[in-house]
Design a protein around this ligand. Structure first.
Ligand code: NAP
Ligand code: MG
Length: 476
């Protein structure tokens, strides 16, 4: 089935630059086609959004917006199987994970459906003779650019709060992962929104993405992806004086103390780096472990890493392929450079045969925290292990990176758990667990170079709204 069209102003239309092939990374084969769009298409989408915001959509009250979002959630839930299959084929996610992602996009729409009519302002005490109230008002037309690693989840994560708050949206997914997103839009199109409230433009980053990021008609840009493109998006937004939300990934530590419940920790530590083949902004990519238990934990991890089953997404593997050849090469280069810097491969799973873009889960020791691999986001299933002496040392190593997205502390000592969680600079800290950013209800976003702004939870609604204060002088 062709999914090679944009959704603009309530209609499915061709892209002005033709089409692009989508690739199934499990086999390196064609998975479908999407529309290739440029400035013309983005212009049309932004214009439609503006008209909707100033017209029917802008007049839709909060409860009605919530109902529309709830319609979307129900439609998505009904089509979880189809969405999961497309997501798996397009991105190489094992089916089990693709199903989780398909379920979560519905959950985002459900959560923000309920939140739409609960976003209220304040009444503010002021001088005698005045009544003052504030309102949370939408920003207008919001632009949304997401990467390829969690296309379905991120569609829900970025669009649902913006729509709940009453913004009109223009959305560009990543060129490598669109098929399930377009399918989700087919369902969004059925939900009953006024034309122009939700627009989809697919295509290349440097064409459709750049046109959206540069567009003067956008009032807020939400971007998730690499720091390089994030900077560009921010510079463009400076030219137009508008706010941005940046989610630029991480280098998240899992800090494990001697007294940790290792039976509980071990599978979580492994999963936090192999989930989605390590292509997760909040991957637990740095294991920071107390010296006394280092060797035992590493021995156990070696066994586990050697037994991870890598394969095409439709064969029910533990992990699937990397999204594309370029990213695969990037991961290979990271590991090669780490070895040149003195790190050692302690364990590596089997690489399957075939044309898929596979990288086997890899455990690396003898890693210096200043080295390239310890400081930069690999975006692949590569876990580095660094020992620490004591609590102060653990905190120092955990914080000694430019990123600050998430972290975990594993210990049975309650006081220490809170002290360390408190001292780590990150947007989310788990104690005795790790969620890889999970939980629609939980505010999520970066500190330091991981970016700023918050998605998820009620907090996301504050990023896509602003405060308007009305001062009424009625005399006393
Ligand atoms: P990227 O280039 O930053 O892509 C993110 C999004 O930006 C995609 O939709 C992309 O479109 C779009 N884009 C690209 N160039 C653009 C431009 N000039 N103007 C506006 N939008 C543009 O990331 P990537 O190349 O896919 O991945 C590179 C690295 O980024 C990864 O290895 C990883 O380290 C990091 N990353 C982080 C996250 C995260 O969740 N924080 C997610 C993905 C990647 P196209 O894809 O169509 O080009
Ligand atoms: Mg693909």
């Amino acid at each position: 089935m062709s999914r090679a069209q944009n959704y603009i102003n309530g209609k499915w239309v061709d892209g002005s630059l033709g089409t692009l092939d989508m690739i199934n990374p499990s086999y390196g084969s064609k998975a479908g086609e999407i529309a290739r769009s440029g400035k013309e298409d983005v212009d049309a989408a932004v214009k439609a959004a503006r008209t909707a915001f100033e017209g029917d959509w802008g007049k839709t009250d909060a409860a009605s917006r919530g109902r529309l979002l709830y319609n979307v959630a129900q439609l998505l839930e009904k089509h979880v199987d189809e969405l999961a299959e497309l997501e798996s084929k397009d991105t190489g996610k094992p089916m089990k994970q693709a199903r989780t992602d398909a379920t979560l996009i519905a959950r985002y729409f459900e959560f923000y459906a309920g939140a739409a009519d609960k976003l209220h302002g304040d009444s503010i005490p002021f001088m005698n003779g005045y009544t003052v109230y504030s309102q949370r008002v939408p920003l207008g037309v919001t632009g949304h650019i997401i990467p390829w690693n969690y296309p379905l989840q991120m569609t829900g994560r970025t669009l649902a709060p913006a729509l709940a708050a009453g913004n009109a949206t223009v959305f560009k997914p990543a060129e490598d992962a669109c098929l399930a997103v377009v399918c989700a839009f087919e369902l969004i199109a059925e939900a009953g929104f006024p034309a122009g409230a939700v627009n989809l433009v697919t295509g290349l980053g440097e064409e459709a993405g750049a046109a959206l990021a540069n567009h003067p008609g956008i009032d807020h840009m939400a971007f998730t992806g690499s720091p390089e493109v994030g900077k560009l998006v921010m510079k463009n937004s400076a030219d137009h004086i508008r706010p941005v939300l940046l989610e630029l990934g991480g280098k998240s530590p899992q800090v494990v103390f001697n007294d940790a419940d290792l039976d509980a920790a071990m599978p979580v530590i492994v999963n936090a780096i192999i989930q989605n083949a390590g292509q997760t902004c909040s991957a637990g990519s740095r294991l920071v472990i107390q010296k006394e238990i280092h060797d035992d934990v590493v021995d156990e991890l070696i066994k586990r890493f050697n037994n991870i089953n890598v394969g095409p997404a439709d064969t029910d593997p533990d992990i699937g392929p990397i999204i594309n050849k370029k990213q695969l090469k990037r991961v290979e280069q990271f590991v090669a450079r780490a070895e040149e810097d003195g790190a050692a491969i302690l364990a590596q799973a089997q690489k399957p045969e075939g044309k898929g873009y596979f990288y086997p889960p890899t455990l690396m020791g003898r890693v210096n925290n200043d080295s390239f691999i310890a400081q930069n986001e690999v975006f692949g299933p590569v876990l580095t292990v660094i020992p620490f002496e004591d609590e102060a040392d653990a905190i120092r190593i955990a914080n000694d990176v430019e990123y600050g997205l998430i972290a975990a502390v594993w210990t049975r000592d309650n006081g220490r758990a809170h002290r360390v969680a408190d001292a780590i600079t990150a947007g989310q800290v788990y104690i005795n667990g790790y969620g890889a950013g999970g939980g629609v209800e939980l505010p999520f976003g970066g500190m330091k170079k991981s970016g700023f702004g918050r998605e998820k939870g009620f907090e996301a609604l504050y990023d896509v709204t602003t405060v308007k204060t009305t001062i009424v002088n009625h005399g006393s």
